[in-house]
Ligand binder design. Structure first.
Ligand SMILES: [Ca+2]
Ligand SMILES: [Ca+2]
Ligand SMILES: [Ca+2]
Length: 162
């Protein structure tokens, strides 16, 4: 192998690695959310609602606090789990979550998202299942791995489609 073909091979290998990495990042979030959910999640409007201290960064603490509040709001009988009735509300879209956007609320409360979060498959979402799942989403978004999301990380699209 001469120098030129070595160089070409190196570039090809680098491109391949990049492609594999992107595919992994893509499937990581795709397996955690629906396309509709991801679309609503990455909106700046929602980021502002999670950024409690308004410093344009969403820390893991702020993220957890938001999700704890969402869970508590949906858990209308206060038994620490969400059943399907609590998840979707009386009528889908009728009761938006007060601290989130309407679009986010609508996408979260779809049965498909409930299924993705139901780690043990008992048709109930515990607070632990909910927060653990949300933290996985946070991790896929936190590319710099500093436990906080800046606006660029927030709006970055990890999923294709709609
Ligand atoms: Ca409940
Ligand atoms: Ca469960
Ligand atoms: Ca970050």
């Amino acid at each position: 192998m001469n120098v030129t073909s070595k160089k070409v091979a190196l570039i090809a290998a680098t491109l391949l690695t990049t492609a594999v990495f992107s595919a992994n990042a893509l499937s990581a979030e795709t397996s955690l959310t629906t396309g509709g959910y991801a679309k609503q999640m990455h909106k700046m409007e929602l980021m502002k609602m999670l950024d409690a201290d308004g410093n344009h960064m969403v820390t893991l603490d702020e993220f957890n606090n938001f999700n704890t509040s969402v869970f508590d709001e949906l858990d209308t009988d206060h038994d620490g789990t969400l059943n399907a009735k609590e998840w979707v509300g009386k009528t889908i879209g009728e009761q938006p979550i007060s601290i989130a956007t309407g679009g986010y609320s609508r996408e979260l409360r779809k049965m498909k998202m409930m299924g993705l979060m139901d780690a043990d498959g008992d048709h109930k979402i515990t607070k632990d299942e909910f927060l653990t799942h949300q933290q996985k989403i946070f991790s896929t978004m936190d590319k710099s791995n500093d436990q906080q999301l800046d606006a660029q990380e927030w709006i970055a699209k990890h999923v294709g489609g709609n």
